[in-house]
Design a protein around this ligand. Structure first.
Ligand SMILES: *Cc1c(COP(=O)(O)O)cnc(C)c1O
Length: 424
């Protein structure tokens, strides 16, 4: 028996009563590594990347994995080996990418608040491009580059003012957002950049949001950016590359985002029609490369029936899986070993002392204490956003390759949590 509606990953399947990731039963991972634990399918990540790579065959293109989605070293290593560049947003991410084997010239540095120190470190490392998000940052980047006797490669992140039709916290391409240079100021910003001797203008970029499930916002953003490319180049500034950012959604709960290759076939067609088909293209996908490759396994600690609500209290919490608390996000939750008993409607919650600490609401589950649940679609923006709130050590992570399971991050210890602290 195979369950029809396992969202997302063809590498997750139910065989008999057991859930498998690739050829590995999830129950065995929980037993061997303890809970909570994140398990990622190597094939799922490489398949997600391959969909993008197919779209860009015969094109001058670079896929820069937006590593804030999941910055675990082994995952970065996998993508670096597969030819990816990286989109980073801090010097911490820069170090991780370099340790994992990234080539610095394939790294783009995004983010609205780069410090001088971060800019200097990234310049010295030789990153491929600074995606600059404000006029003020242009000035600072120019200063630091001149101090280092370098010319910083620059792209300006423009805000195309399109509605990505996603959650307000993950929508970034509308006028009211803190991101990017406003569309109607972009040309001025390019003229400013072109006059600064410490800068070398090489590109333009945009990123309109995350968990985008429609094509139209991308097409709109592309049109708006290409209009700007034309305007900028009319002033004599040449843009070597166009970076269209990331943002493609995944299936959490019946969402139907376009496949990466289908989306990009359409976008590249538009690019060709508008005469920019030979331009170097960069993209910065994050969630769509890793989101549905991962599950979080958590053990049921207690069942707590109530008059209004039944609670299923598990050993993972908002510090491990922050998306429900932050964005009211939905993750599918399934027992890794199905029981035959009648399902009861319950809220799946963690042990953290916050009412916002819930993982799933009103789920119909047949479970008992000691059972293991799989929280699906947990590969992106879970471990990378995990915290130590309530002095909870962060979970372990494993990489699944067929029947092979490798520990890629040991469970944090309580001593780890106190390592940098000092008693009076
Ligand atoms: C977060 C981010 C991305 C990746 O977004 P996804 O929705 O995970 O694909 C790409 N570019 C920038 C600048 C980002 O901040």
């Amino acid at each position: 028996m195979t369950t029809p509606a396992l969202p997302g990953s063809p590498f997750l399947s139910q065989i008999g009563s057991e859930l498998f990731l690739e050829a590995t039963p999830l129950q065995a991972i929980a037993t061997d590594f303890g809970t909570p634990v994140f398990a990622y399918s190597k094939s799922a990540m490489l398949a997600a990347l391959a969909a993008y790579q197919r779209a860009f065959v015969d094109r001058d293109a670079l896929i820069c994995y937006a590593m804030k989605a999941n910055s675990s070293l082994a995952i970065l290593q996998l993508f670096a080996k597969a030819g990816c560049g990286f989109d980073i947003v801090s010097v911490g991410e820069l170090r991780r990418a370099l340790v994992a084997g990234a080539r610095p010239e394939r790294i783009v540095f995004s983010g609205v608040g780069k410090t001088r120190e971060e800019i200097r470190t990234a310049l010295q490392a030789g990153v491929g491009c600074f995606n600059v998000e404000s006029e003020a940052e242009l000035t600072v980047l120019n200063d630091v580059a001149l101090q280092c006797s370098q010319r910083a490669p620059v792209s300006i992140r423009v805000n195309p003012n399109v509605d990505a039709k996603t959650h307000p916290y993950i929508s970034t391409g509308l006028k009211g957002n803190k991101f990017g240079v406003a569309h109607d100021r972009s040309l001025q910003a390019y003229l400013q950049a072109s006059r600064l001797p410490g800068l070398r203008v090489i590109g333009i970029d945009c990123h309109i949001g995350s968990q985008i499930t429609e094509m139209d916002p991308y097409l709109d953003a592309m049109d708006r950016v290409l209009d700007l490319v034309a305007a900028v180049e009319a002033t004599g500034i040449r843009l070597e590359h166009i970076d269209f950012g990331g943002g493609l959604g995944i299936n959490y709960n019946g969402d139907t985002p376009p496949q990466a290759d289908v989306l990009w076939a359409r976008l590249l067609q538009r690019l060709d029609e508008r005469g920019y088909g030979n331009r170097r293209i960069l993209i910065e996908p994050g969630r769509s490369l890793v989101g549905n490759a991962g599950v979080c396994l958590t053990e049921v600690l207690y069942l707590k029936p109530g008059e209004h609500k039944n609670f299923c209290i598990v050993d993972a919490a908002m510090n491990d899986l922050p998306r429900p608390a932050m964005y009211q996000a939905f993750h599918q939750i399934l027992p890794v070993t199905a029981r035959s008993g009648e399902a009861i409607r319950m809220d799946v919650v963690g042990p953290v002392c916050e009412s916002g600490d819930w993982i799933g609401r009103d789920r119909d589950l047949s479970v008992q204490a000691g059972d293991v649940l799989a929280v699906l679609s947990a590969g992106a923006y879970c471990m990378s956003m995990a915290s130590n709130y309530n002095s909870r050590p962060r979970a372990a992570e494993v990489l699944v390759d067929g029947q092979d399971v490798k520990l890629i991050r040991a469970r944090e210890t309580i001593d780890d949590l106190m390592r940098t602290e000092k008693l009076l």
